[in-house]
Write a protein that binds this ligand. Structure first.
Ligand SMILES: NC(=O)c1ccc[n+]([C@@H]2O[C@H](COP(=O)([O-])OP(=O)(O)OC[C@H]3O[C@@H](n4cnc5c(N)ncnc54)[C@H](OP(=O)(O)O)[C@@H]3O)[C@@H](O)[C@H]2O)c1
Length: 313
């Protein structure tokens, strides 16, 4: 183990909680940097926290407030941190500088495989929302002089429920656009988090920058994703195939309109999403860094069945 005292931003998140728990399982002391230190953390009960004195320490910090970031680094004495990418690029620069000035040396950043084909990170246009946010976050760490492992995951297995499912209807409803043409690699956020926790503690490369891609084990059409959800959950979900405009309207109930429009635009790009040669090289990364096979999508759905239930009785 290279780092036995680490700081994790966003431990209430799907990826952040798994990163914190995995770093702990490898023997590191884990500081939990939270906007609200009273919040529950999935997979970590208050009893577990109390019964393992000194193993987990909560510290208040907000990535949008560089002073709080510096305080958290100083208070923890950690040299290694896991962090999400903030949507606010200038706040990310300030946070990275604050980390470096407070004595941090190494960052594991949750980035995105949307940067797979990008050569020059500085050339990514602001209108390419998702690549832009993650390019700016990677650059912030590099420019601050921090050693960086950028973990670049593919399509989260949690996206169908988070982005597409309208649970306020009974039956719950989903609107799909070009669902047969669009291919995804659903990857379990917990697998991503465990990879992050592993590289946080071990720092596999001593170089200034390392990329770790994390992909799901299957390539599935969006249609097959929803067929699997219905089969595994047994839920009656009203699946409608709609045109782009209706799809955007439906996504915009879950996210800002420009992001909904951007994601709908991506769905129109046939066969562009995956670099299959790179996928073949990096498919083994979950096993390589965690020792376990990545979750197949049906198993992910089975563990999250309740997330697909309509909220209306
Ligand atoms: N969806 C995809 O397919 C995909 C693909 C590639 C990469 N990604 C990346 O993965 C991220 C989503 O990961 P996830 O599902 O684990 O997210 P999540 O469950 O929504 O968790 C986000 C975490 O970040 C924390 N957070 C938010 N703003 C913060 C701030 N200003 N300061 C400190 N902490 C803050 C949240 O804390 P609170 O409890 O305070 O809210 C929460 O713990 C995306 O934002 C993107 O960067 C996603």
């Amino acid at each position: 183990m290279k780092y036995d005292n680490v700081l994790v931003f966003g431990p209430t998140g799907g990826v952040g909680s798994a990163a914190a728990l995995y770093a702990h399982s490898l023997g590191a002391k884990v500081w939990l940097a939270m906007r609200d230190t009273d919040k529950a953390i999935s997979g970590l009960t208050p009893e577990q926290e109390q019964n393992s004195p000194g193993a987990f320490m909560r510290v208040q910090a907000d990535l949008l407030d560089a002073t709080s970031v510096a305080n958290a680094v100083r208070q923890s004495g950690a040299k290694a941190v896991f962090t999400y990418a903030s949507r606010d690029a200038s706040a990310m620069q300030l946070a990275a500088k604050a980390m470096k000035d407070a004595g941090l040396e190494y960052v594991v950043l949750l980035s995105s495989s949307s940067l797979q084909r990008v050569g020059d990170l500085r050339a990514v246009e602001r209108t390419d929302f998702i690549p832009f946010i993650h390019a700016q976050a990677e650059l912030a760490m590099e420019d601050a002089g921090l050693a960086l492992t950028a973990v670049r995951p593919g399509y989260f297995a949690s996206n169908p429920v988070n982005n597409e499912l309208d649970r306020s209807q009974s039956p719950a409803r989903v609107r799909l656009f070009r669902a047969r043409e669009n291919l995804f690699d659903p990857v379990d956020p917990e697998d991503i988090g465990r990879v992050c926790g592993s590289v946080l503690v071990t720092r596999p490369s001593q170089g200034q920058k390392e990329l770790v891609y994390v992909q799901g084990p299957e390539i599935m059409s969006n249609n097959d994703i929803w067929k699997t959800i219905v089969e595994v959950t047994g839920e009656n979900i009203d699946i409608q195939h709609v045109d782009k405009e209706n799809y955007v309207q439906s996504m915009a109930t879950k996210m800002p309109m420009p992001l909904a429009q951007y994601l709908a635009g991506l769905q129109e790009q046939d066969g562009e999403r995956y670099d299959l040669a790179l996928l073949a090289q990096t498919r083994g990364n979950v096993k390589k860094y965690t020792g376990r096979e990545p979750a197949v999508f049906a198993d992910y759905v089975a563990r999250h069945k309740d997330d697909f239930k309509s909220l209306k009785k």
